[in-house]
Design a protein around this ligand. Structure first.
Ligand code: FAD
Ligand code: NAD
Length: 474
């Protein structure tokens, strides 16, 4: 049976939910199609469980860094309680709460696997095999997210490797955990599971961890992981994988061409994400399955004015908050176009996701944290922008109060022609909450001369802003 809505949203992750919510608030009707759990990756297998796994370790590290408090930490982290707290943050993998929110927001929900079936049409195969055909008056928003990428390593498909899903939902600590990939997931999961009792080996192909961040970030995280007992191997290629009894055995070529075998009980593969576009009927509208959806800044697919690709599926910025931002911008564009209004597509208009390109904030929740926004020094260099990099230790009265022997780094990339910030990175304990001020300065293109009037309260870690300005002035 056909059902018609103004907007059909394929995938009810954090992105899809926000597209539907925005268009319904704009007066349109919307339906969400979901095959697994409403809420998607972030709620059940990514942000929430991973951060819940890390939080206890972070709190203990903070307490141990303050003389007087340190003496009170006399026991070990309770692993069972940590895993139980993680389970509560995923609502024990039950999406009833999110389904209730969807209903309350005035959005319809159809459970099942959806596929495009020509222009403006989506066919959903329900759990019972029954098919529902959904027709969109104005737009179909594809928000199907991403899955873990698997590198072409001999034997890897046969070793039952963990994806990030298994790493964030594991019910017990693996005795020895091998991790392939030293990006966001690899670094966060190495921090979490080493602290929860695993012996972790982190195998990174690049010559540093977190290679897309400022070099100081990878350096600090490598040092901290090694100090915590993680065997971090850089410049390392895994050439084959096999199971031998209960063990996973990897053949690795390390720095200098040395070959050896590395053994563990589980292997987590975390080498990036692949857009989930393989089996969603893109061929029925003349697009190639498997690739990220190519979209403009309103998240509209080129030459398909009724089709949008929002969130992880377009590969622009694979972060929950950026997917939700894209959802708000795309939703506004869909509503505006449905009303026949002029949709302004210039940078920073209410209908475009400009921050994807110039002002994306992110936090790697390692210990120390890495919080960054906008362009790194390498990005500014690649873009040929006139710039200067100011890199200083994060040492102010506020940080020395926060922790004894506080160590951190602050980096500002300044456009020397326009005298505005292009990007900022903080590396250090609990720097995540410094990030929004930096994001506002980058998005607002606040002139350096005006930032001198943004006086940080004393004694807070934010005093680092003053030090950055002083270092820039020289
Ligand atoms: C371990 C890990 C930790 C992370 N931590 C953070 C973090 O701390 N902060 C952060 O900002 N980002 C984090 N991320 C990234 C974040 O999880 C993603 O950017 C975010 O979940 C993307 O949301 P999405 O809605 O675009 O996709 P998804 O959450 O993947 O949602 C897509 C939805 O579509 C459904 N779907 C797919 N195909 C179909 C179909 N054919 N029919 C019906 N339904 C379908 C899926 O079931 C899913 O529910 C993390 C990622 C990982 C792997
Ligand atoms: N805190 C957060 O916001 C957070 C946390 C986790 C994930 N995420 C999002 O999810 C995305 C995916 O995370 P990820 O860690 O899987 O990807 P990533 O792109 O962050 O890192 C992948 C790493 O794997 C390495 N690599 C690639 N192929 C390899 C190989 N064959 N052997 C060894 N190393 C190899 C790369 O050098 C890279 O450093 C992130 O880019 C981010 O957008 C965000």
């Amino acid at each position: 049976m056909d059902q018609t809505y103004d907007v059909v949203v394929l995938g009810a992750g954090s992105t899809g939910e926000n597209v539907a919510d925005t268009v319904v608030r704009g007066g349109l009707t919307a339906v969400l199609v979901e095959d697994e759990l409403v809420g998607g990756e972030c709620s059940y297998w990514a942000c929430m469980p991973s951060k819940a796994l890390l939080r206890g370790t972070e709190v203990l590290a903070e307490a141990r860094a303050v003389d007087g408090a340190r003496q009170a930490v006399t026991g070990e982290q309770d692993v069972a309680a940590t895993l139980a707290r993680r389970d509560s943050f995923t609502s024990n993998w039950d999406d009833a709460g999110q389904v209730e929110w969807v209903r309350g927001a005035g959005i319809d929900l159809v459970r099942g696997r959806g596929r495009l079936a020509g222009e403006r049409a989506v066919v959903v195969t329900g759990p019972d095999g029954a098919e529902t055909r959904l027709i969109a008056r104005h737009a179909v928003a594809v928000c199907t997210g991403s899955t873990a990428a698997m590198p072409p390593i001999d034997g890897l498909a046969q070793v039952q490797a963990w994806s990030p899903r298994e790493a964030t939902s594991a019910k017990e600590t693996p005795r020895r955990l091998l991790i392939l990939g030293g990006g966001y997931v690899g670094c966060e999961m190495a921090t979490a599971w080493q602290a929860l009792g695993s012996r972790v080996t982190l195998l990174q192909r690049d010559d540093r961890l977190l290679p897309k961040a400022e070099p100081a970030a990878g350096k600090a995280v490598t040092a901290a992981l090694r100090a915590g007992g993680v065997d971090v191997r850089l410049d390392t290629d895994v050439t084959s994988a096999r199971r031998q009894g209960d063990e996973v055995v990897l053949t690795v070529t390390s720095e200098g061409g040395r070959q050896e075998e590395v053994r563990g009980d589980e292997l987590l593969v975390a080498v990036g994400r692949a857009a989930r576009t393989r089996d969603i009927g893109l061929d029925t509208v003349g697009l190639a399955p498997g690739d990220p959806l190519q979209v403009d800044d309103t998240l509209q697919v080129r030459d398909r004015p009724w089709l949008y690709g929002v969130g992880d599926v377009n590969g622009r910025r694979q972060l929950t908050h950026m997917g939700k931002y894209q959802a708000r911008q795309a939703g506004a564009a869909i509503v505006g176009r449905a009303r026949g209004e002029d949709v302004d597509t210039s940078d920073w208009s209410p209908f475009v996701a400009t921050a994807d390109r110039y002002a994306t904030p992110s936090v790697v929740f390692t210990i120390p944290q890495v919080a960054s926004v906008g362009r790194t020094s390498a990005d500014a260099e690649d873009a040929g922008l006139p710039h200067r990099v100011v890199e200083i230790p994060l040492k102010v009265a506020g940080s020395s109060l926060f922790a004894d022997d506080y160590e951190g780094t602050a980096i500002a990339v300044v456009d020397t022609e326009r005298e505005v910030l292009l990007g900022v990175t903080f590396v250090g304990p609990a720097v995540a909450e410094l990030l929004q001020a930096a994001t506002m300065a980058v998005v607002g293109e606040v002139p350096i001369a005006r930032l001198w009037h943004a006086v940080p309260a004393y004694p807070t870690v934010s005093e680092i802003w003053l030090r950055l300005l002083e270092a820039y002035r020289g």
